[in-house]
Design a protein around this ligand. Structure first.
Ligand code: NAI
Ligand code: MG
Length: 499
């Protein structure tokens, strides 16, 4: 069953972890699913089964929500001081760091990403997120408010209280990192959680669950229920005892989450899809722009909600930049994530392979030309060649829809207004990039782009302190930074006459 015997030696814990069926974490106990069913998680580099995992469904979600409810309403979590909470979150970060190699190995096998990337991006990013949020636990404050009601003098203040039991549904592109973006702030705010990892990549969240226990976070505070979206995910999103649902994934499912949440009007935050423009002006440092445009689309195989998937280049620089990005694409070495020579691994699943290849076929059929890549790589595993498409225009599906693969469309622009209207001509508004040496122009364009993030002369710069989220159909709310605390707290106004 385990395929952890590949080119590099993986951490011992990885082999051990995938060697037996994994259970789910409910109320501090590792249990089988109520139905007894399991589901397979695959190694996308080979298409073989990597591990079997307990398959959660409505009954398991009911049990997990009941545990989270009890831990929130009357359990030790509700009585813990902010400082104690912060210390436990910090301890969890230390434990993840201690097991960095195991996490990197699991992430690489389960998701397909290069081990080297998991080591420098996913794992340290998750550690940092927990540490950053550990610091916030003691700093969630209200205000004192001046009251103008005649007659008496009033003292009025606000409290920021935890929103309650939170359901968190995460995707497969950064499995551990997304778990940290969700769990970190929820725990800092004093919420309890039911986390549902993506069915494609449940393993790192389950290892995280072991460390949650080792850190001493009380039973029932973090429950982890792997399973499919239409069953476990839908049951969590519609559950009447869940106070808030936090979701990252497709815009399509985001809309289903909103409908499912309507029953008890639970709070909802959403990090959804994107079709982010990466804009190169001819006065930019073109070498840096070429490197940035490549990183913008090819990082994580294009499986990033913020991928710079629409490259807009000012006419005079178009050929040079596109040739440069195509040359970069052609240099990328594809292979299993655990091979040391691999720059880019497989897509996460056969479904994603077919989806991305379907987009490529549709683009080429509509007249696009691939100046690099253009299709599947090999016939084993789910590899797609890094692809640069030209001769594309705004009506094509490949330019309008999120592909979520290593595919960029390049389109020239004439002037600033032309650029702004093209860049904003999407239902999404997650991220964007601007490359220019003209500082005023950079800020001017930044002010006109309808997107939650604008990277100027850089791309994919993330920080636990920097808010991230979408305009338009890219989502509701902001994750990271202190902004995220608003998603996990309610504001209570308290007012009394004092004279
Ligand atoms: P998805 O949106 O179906 O899956 C994301 C999460 O939602 C998973 O945990 C899944 O189990 C859960 N889910 C699915 N249906 C659900 C439902 N009805 N109720 C509750 N939870 C549900 O994304 P999928 O199918 O894996 O990928 C399809 C496309 O979605 C990708 O090609 C990409 O365009 C986009 N996507 C965007 C992500 C982002 O970070 N914004 C991440 C993953 C996918
Ligand atoms: Mg997998």
């Amino acid at each position: 069953m385990a395929t952890a015997t590949q080119a590099v030696r993986l951490d011992e814990k990885v082999t051990q972890f995938v060697s037996k069926p994994r259970k789910m974490l409910i109320n501090g106990k590792w249990v089988e699913s109520a139905s007894g069913k399991t589901f397979p998680s695959y190694n996308p580099a080979t298409g073989e089964i990597l591990a079997h995992v307990a398959e959660g469904d409505r009954e398991d979600i009911n049990r997990a929500v009941a545990a989270a409810r009890a831990a929130f309403d009357s359990g030790p979590w509700s009585k813990m001081t902010p400082s104690e909470r912060g210390r436990l979150i910090w301890k969890l970060a230390d434990l993840i760091e201690k097991h960095s190699e195991a996490f990197a190995g699991l992430e690489s096998l389960d998701n397909g990403k290069p081990l080297a990337i998991a080591r420098v991006a996913d794992v340290p990013g998750a550690v940092d997120m927990f540490r950053y949020m550990a610091g916030w636990a003691t700093k969630i404050e209200g205000n004192t408010i001046p009251i103008s009601m005649p007659g008496s003098k009033f003292l009025a203040y606000t409290l920021r209280e935890p929103v309650g039991v939170v359901g968190q549904i995460i995707p497969w592109n950064f499995p551990l990192l997304m778990a940290s973006w969700k769990l970190g702030p929820a725990l800092a705010a004093g919420c309890t959680v039911v986390l549902k990892p993506a069915e494609q990549t449940p393993l790192s969240a389950l290892l995280l669950g072991e460390l949650v226990q080792e850190a001493g976070i009380p039973d029932g505070v973090v429950n982890i229920v792997p399973g499919y979206g239409e069953t476990a995910g839908a049951a969590l999103a519609s559950h009447p005892d869940v106070d808030k649902i936090a979701f990252t994934g497709s815009t399509e499912v985001g809309k289903l989450i909103v409908q499912a949440a309507a029953g008890n009007l639970k709070k909802v935050s959403l990090e959804l899809g994107g079709k982010s423009p990466n804009v190169v002006f001819q006065d930019a440092d073109l070498n840096a722009s070429i490197a940035g445009a490549s990183l913008g689309i090819f990082f994580n195989h294009g499986q990033c909600c913020c991928a710079g998937s629409r490259l807009y280049v000012e006419e005079k620089a178009f050929d040079e930049v596109v040739e440069g990005v195509a040359a970069e694409a052609s240099k990328i070495r594809l292979g299993p994530g655990v091979e040391p020579t691999t720059d880019m691994g497989p897509l996460v699943s056969e479904e994603q392979l077919n989806r991305v290849c379907g987009y490529l076929e549709s683009g080429l059929a509509e007249g696009a030309k691939a100046v690099a890549g253009g299709g599947r790589h090999g016939d084993k595993g789910y590899f797609v060649k890094p692809t640069v498409l030209v001769n594309t225009h705004e009506k094509m599906k490949v330019v309008r829809e999120e592909i979520f693969g290593p595919v960029v469309t390049a389109i020239p622009f004439r002037d600033l207004d032309d650029l702004v209207s093209k860049a904003n001509g999407t239902v999404y508004g997650l991220a964007s990039g601007v490359w220019t040496r003209d500082i005023a122009k950079a800020h001017h364009v930044a002010s006109r782009l309808r997107a939650g993030t604008v990277w100027i002369n850089c791309y994919n710069v993330f920080d636990s302190a920097l808010p991230f989220g979408g305009y338009k159909q890219s989502g509701w709310g902001r994750e990271m930074g202190h902004e995220v605390l608003e998603l996990y707290t309610e504001v209570k106004s308290v007012c009394l006459p004092i004279s």
